[in-house]
Ligand binder design. Structure first.
Ligand code: DC
Length: 232
């Protein structure tokens, strides 16, 4: 314990981690750190450089030459900088999701990016989301949540989200991407996605956003012994 609270939220792609974590961070006045965005930024850099992101040596040659930065804008949103360029939008493209999953499978990459993530927890009250936050990045987090949902429920939500942004993609295509990433994120040798033993599991397959948020708020209030009336 370093005087700051840390909350780890892990779970598969599309379970709603980032939306929930952002809202919780606002409700409890914590900093939100989206660690997937770091892997996405590296994935984008590999994509742009045209290197084989499954080749650990190629990725590890490129990585130290990059300046990957995290900044928060006036609205408190996390922005990803790649060599000074704000790439926050570009890293969300579906092809970059796959690149991110590929580069994140390398242990050397994960070790290189570990300190960047831990630094936040030493400086702020943080809610950090990812795949290995409760197991590797912040094993001593005050609260660990494993947020999950069935692949079909996640694909359905992701499809709606993409539709709203104007991308026409089929359900099968989205489900295929989700299954690919689930498989890779869960079965890789390096820090695979798994629920920490002391994590509280919340399955959102059959519950909506608001109900999930309420449930998470209760868990945070209970675990950190804060009172609802003291919240900002
Ligand atoms: O959460 P996301 O979909 O933005 O993450 C992008 C990829 O990065 C995902 O395929 C898994 C990987 N990732 C990881 O391995 N460890 C983390 N802590 C966060 C993300």
């Amino acid at each position: 314990m370093n005087g700051f609270y840390s909350i780890a939220i892990d779970g598969p792609s599309g379970a709603g981690k980032s939306t929930q974590a952002k809202r919780l961070a606002a409700a409890f006045n914590f900093i939100y750190v989206d660690t997937g965005a770091i892997y996405r930024t590296l994935g984008l850099a590999c994509y742009r450089a045209g290197i084989d992101r499954r080749d650990v040596n190629a990725v590890m040659t490129l990585l130290p030459t990059l300046d990957i930065g995290i900044e928060y804008n006036e609205a408190g949103e996390q922005c990803m900088l790649l060599n000074g360029e704000n790439v926050s939008r570009e890293i969300r493209l579906p092809e970059i999701s796959l690149c991110a999953s590929d580069v994140s499978a390398h242990q050397q990459v994960r070790s290189f990016l570990l300190e960047m993530q831990r630094k936040f927890a030493r400086m702020y009250n943080v809610i950090m989301d990812g795949r290995d936050i409760g197991t590797v990045v912040l094993p001593d987090a005050d609260l660990k949540i494993f947020l999950t949902a069935s692949a079909e429920a996640r694909a359905q939500r992701r499809m709606l989200e993409l539709k709203q942004k104007g991308s026409e993609v089929s359900f099968d295509e989205v489900l295929k991407d989700i299954n690919y990433r689930d498989d890779q994120d869960t079965h890789r040798a390096a820090a695979p996605l798994r629920k920490a033993e002391d994590a509280v599991e919340v399955d959102t397959s059959d519950i909506g956003f608001e109900e999930t948020f309420e449930r998470l708020c209760e868990i945070v209030i209970d675990k950190l012994s804060v009172r609802r009336e003291d919240l900002p």
